[in-house]
Design a protein around this ligand. Structure first.
Ligand SMILES: [Zn+2]
Length: 375
């Protein structure tokens, strides 16, 4: 830390109280904390459009004694994090999403970055990785319905790893078998088997091989040159198996049917809300029994659209998506966006306190709240 490139004498003196504070308590290196968080929920679970992981990093070395959890990192929450001497903020929603082209005092997102760096606070966001996670945000939300069996609406697949087998290629060789097999042996990252077959009354050899993405390009060039590709070659992209209990949204089958009125009360209790909004499906009443509910924390329209269910539960949906679902007899409960997410932070606090073996103090923001209020 002493006089590193990024920490001038004046910065060092400003950092001193915080450093002395950190040295007096158990702490972990930021890199170790981030790697542990990435093990807790692999960032590969996040949607491709998302912006997850470590978003703001103070100059190293940086140690973490206080981990501060929030759903949204607003300026008010940042003030609270500073007053609580946070070293790392885990903000469920990424406070930086679109690329920043400058960091000035002009917009609140830029000021968040400035405040984080000036106060030596790192910022990490898991967002949709926690949505997809088994026992993550969506499974926490599913508990609001009562006892039920849940499966992801859109299962997450294991990520294909560079260098792993990605394709199967099958073709029949009528002549020059030795040349072709010798050519295959010269290509790395493939393995093959041969079978004797009869094709058009002729004795031929069927070759079935597995290869990586890198080897596929070399292989296709080779087969094209040898004239094999032109005689019918099957190239099959191998799918990764779905990860159990992981993915976007949840389809929840209640162990015992319950009336919509009862389910509404359960949701209010679980989410600690005095109210929620209900759009009854066409021809439905509060006495209607609910057996299957599709849920999605946050903004659920794209995940829920077209899913057959008695009930949709999410934070927000557009007027026209509501009308479409209602017309199909599906009732909708909306609780406002972050009210369907925030309660998970208390579950997360327990999990991370245990994970970091009490070396890190985990706090949940008190200032963080949904911006919408009923007045
Ligand atoms: Zn959200």
């Amino acid at each position: 830390m002493l006089f590193s490139r990024a920490c001038s004498l004046s910065n060092y003196l400003r950092c001193m109280p915080k450093l002395l504070h950190s040295f007096s308590r158990p702490a972990m290196n930021l890199a170790d904390v981030i790697s542990s968080l990435n093990e807790f929920a692999s960032l590969s679970l996040a949607e491709s459009w998302d912006n997850v992981g470590l978003l703001v990093e103070p100059s190293p070395p940086h140690t973490v004694s206080n981990l501060f959890l929030t759903n949204d990192l607003t300026e008010r929450v940042m003030e609270e994090a500073v007053s609580q001497k946070a070293d790392l903020i885990l903000s469920y929603h990424p406070p930086i999403f679109k690329a920043l082209t400058r960091v000035t005092w002009k917009t609140w997102k830029e000021r968040i970055v400035i405040a984080a760096l000036e106060n030596r606070i790192a910022v990490y966001s898991p967002h949709t990785a926690y949505d997809a996670l088994p026992n993550g945000v969506n499974d926490w939300l599913a508990k609001s319905l009562g006892e039920c069996i849940t499966v992801p609406l859109h299962p997450a697949a294991a990520v294909s790893v560079s260098g792993k087998v990605s394709h199967r290629v099958e073709f029949v060789v009528e002549q020059n078998l030795e040349t072709i097999l010798s050519g295959l042996k010269s290509i790395q990252e493939i393995s093959y088997k041969t079978y004797s077959v009869v094709s058009d009354g002729k004795n031929c050899t069927r070759v079935s091989l597995n290869c990586t993405q890198r080897a596929l390009i070399e292989l296709v060039n080779f087969l094209s040159k040898e004239g094999v590709l032109q005689h019918g070659t099957d190239i099959i992209s191998l799918q990764q198996p779905p990860l159990p209990n992981s993915g976007m949204g949840r389809l929840c089958t209640l162990t015992e049917k319950a009336s919509l009125a009862i389910v509404i009360n359960r949701i209010k209790n679980h989410l600690r809300l005095p109210y929620l909004r209900l759009a009854l499906g066409v021809g439905k009443t509060l006495d209607r029994q609910v057996k299957v509910a599709a849920i999605c924390a946050g903004s659920g329209a794209s995940v829920l659209r077209g899913v057959p269910a008695d009930l949709y539960l999410t934070g927000e949906m557009s007027h026209h998506d509501i009308l479409d679902a209602n017309a199909q007899g599906i009732s909708i409960i909306l609780c406002d966006h972050s009210n369907t997410e925030r309660g998970f932070l208390e579950v997360l606090k327990e999990s991370l306190t245990e994970r970091f073996n009490k070396q890190i103090k985990v706090l949940v923001s008190q200032a963080d709240c949904d911006p919408l209020k009923v007045v």
